[in-house]
Design a protein around this ligand. Sequence first.
Ligand code: AKG
Ligand code: FE2
Length: 343
Amino acid sequence: MTVAADEPLDIPIIDFAPLLSDESRPEQYASAGKQVYEAFKNVGFAYIKNHGVPQEVVDEAFEWSRKFFALPQSEKDKVPHPPEGWYHRGYSGVGREKVSQNVFDAEGIARERSVPDCKESFEIGGEHEERLRNIMPAEHVLPGFRAFFALFFDTCYALELRLLRAIAVGMGLDEAYFVDYHRARSNQIRLLHYPPVEEALLAEGKVDCIGAHTDFGTLTMLFQDEVGGLEVESARGPKGAFTPAPFVPGTVVVNIGDFLMRWSNDELKSTLHHVRTPPVDERDVEPGRPRMTRERYSIPYFVAADGHRTIDCVPGCWGPDRPKKYEPINATEYMDMRLNATY
Ligand SMILES: O=C(O)CCC(=O)C(=O)O
Ligand SMILES: [Fe+2]
């Protein structure tokens, strides 16, 4: 589904054009910063247009993703995600990972896993990372794949810096406040493929595309294809009411993760989201056969703080009438705890 960019959505569309010129000055962050701050405080999600990642680069990322998932299963199985949840690299087949919502005990994780997520994924980090080396297909299998994603990673990092500056300025902090905790580029690209699935199984709750969850890190930038299916817990409606976050051409969807919510003493919201039934294309329906959803691709880029840093409450988010809700925490410890619950 495509929505005209001027149609009102729960999720605001914020223009980053003023931030793209070389002459960008902190004053230019003031307006975008205010909008970003309001969006993340009220909804937890925003669409960013004129974000600075060229459309050809986004299109090429989706082309590579399609090529990767179209490889024979035996080829994808040569680059498996390691059994340790924290080593978040490589390929996970359908049903392998189950996102979970703050469930850390073995019984709770088993319960969450009884409804499988119907997706396959491939996780990629920066080539500079020593603790988490990339697990990539051999160069002759997909020539150019690895080099492209090294470039895509850097392009996304430039947008990440713009976002981190905008949030800081919007919160009345020094422009570099969050950038300073994100110098190690401990980020991760994820290629996601939701294969066609029987509509009835989704409707009966026997499978999920991706179950309701919040993201763990600082923030997430999500490129999605035109199919749709992403839904976000509505800021206005009753709890558990979801509103679609459809494809809006030329935008990236950005949302806050739990780490930044905690860091901000819950001032910024990490909002529950899921991928529900992507629509069925009626042209694909064959008489006497189950109705199948359209396959969908998406590419989130997850932003995480530098592993060696310990974060305490953001200045301005606590005071005499507003105590700190959380203890300081080390970024690696926090992320490992969350990732280990998903595998
Ligand atoms: O595929 C999507 O649109 C959402 C993916 C997502 O929420 C995630 O991977 O955390
Ligand atoms: Fe997510």
